[in-house]
Design a binder for this molecule. Structure first.
Ligand code: HEM
Length: 282
């Protein structure tokens, strides 16, 4: 190491010594030049930087959710419920983090936002490929929404792949069947790209799990992890909707939807429907 390029700092007796030239550093490892150079506001409005960073940070968290979810699904497929549950618990925590971002966004008033909203054109979170992949991977299969990505072949291919693959819930039902639970055959092989239809026989299967928890402990524990995940996801959706209402009222969305009315409808969607309906029947 050349003395010329080495630096040392004496911090109250703690002698920190490093060479800033060559090798790995904090900034290089994290590609901070790229990340911190990726904010390009379209206006000089003060709040636009916050608006961009919240979206970018959310996309990074979504990337991690997909990474965890892909691995969790692979573990379920291999009957390895324990590592899958650990990953699902992490996704639930990330969702808490994402939900928290609405409180930062809420510091932007309608007047602040209207100063730059027109410049956003038709861009909207509705066009987030990672978000759509997360919904598809979790089990909310709405094939029509994949078409939003047709103009971007790489994103469209990735979104279609998640649409056409079994979701976390599909894989959970197959896993439950392998544990010996009575899952109807039509839930084990279906057109994965179509929306999942709630099924009485699947609800009966979950009832058996919840009424005899010691016998079906693994499935029971797994089911509760799914409920936890869905509850966190719903909290994100709800807080998004309320933040949007607070900022734009009942205006139409930049993505072309009715705005809050579209987001309210999404609150009725269920990722793991029978895990919710079974609760009334226990
Ligand atoms: C001022 C802030 C925001 C406003 C006013 C807003 C508004 C909206 C509206 C009206 C929609 C419905 C589609 C449309 O017509 O555009 C939507 C969808 C969406 N937004 Fe936001 N949003 C904001 C911030 C965010 C942030 C920070 C994220 C984080 C990634 C986000 C992610 C999404 C996603 C993923 C959808 C699609 C939801 C679905 O299809 O169920 N939004 N947003």
């Amino acid at each position: 190491m050349s003395e010329k390029f080495s630096t040392s700092v004496d911090l109250e007796g703690e002698d920190i010594h490093w060479s800033p030239e060559g090798g790995l550093s904090y900034g290089r490892y994290l590609a901070l030049d790229t990340i911190l150079g990726a904010q390009t506001p379209l206006t000089g409005e003060h709040d636009e930087l916050m608006f961009i960073i919240i979206h970018q940070a959310s996309e990074l968290w979504l990337k991690l959710c997909l990474h965890e979810l892909d691995a969790a699904i692979a573990h379920v497929r291999a009957d390895e419920a324990r590592p899958a549950m650990k990953m699902l618990a992490r996704i639930a925590r990330i969702q808490e983090q994402l939900t928290q971002s609405w409180s930062v966004l809420s510091t932007m008033t309608p007047s602040d936002y209207l100063k730059f909203r027109d410049r956003l054109g038709q861009s909207s979170g509705f066009q987030s490929a990672q978000y759509r992949m997360l919904e598809y991977r979790l089990g909310n299969k709405n094939p029509a929404l994949a078409r939003v990505h047709e103009a971007d072949p790489a994103a469209y291919k990735a979104v279609r792949e998640t649409l056409e693959a079994p979701s976390l819930y599909d894989e959970t039902l197959r896993y439950a069947a392998r544990l010996g639970l009575p899952v109807p055959a039509h839930a084990l092989e279906r057109d994965w790209a179509q929306a999942y239809e709630p099924d009485e026989a699947v609800e009966a299967m979950w009832r058996e799990v919840y009424l005899d928890t010691s016998r079906w402990w693994e499935a029971y524990e797994f089911a509760e992890k799914l409920v936890d995940l869905e509850q966190k996801f719903q909290q994100w959706r709800f807080n998004h909707m309320k933040t949007v209402e607070r900022i734009i009222g009942f205006r139409r969305g930049t993505g072309g939807s009715g705005g809050v009315s579209y987001l309210v409808k999404a609150l009725n969607l269920r990722l793991f429907p029978e895990l919710w309906t079974v609760r009334t029947t226990l």
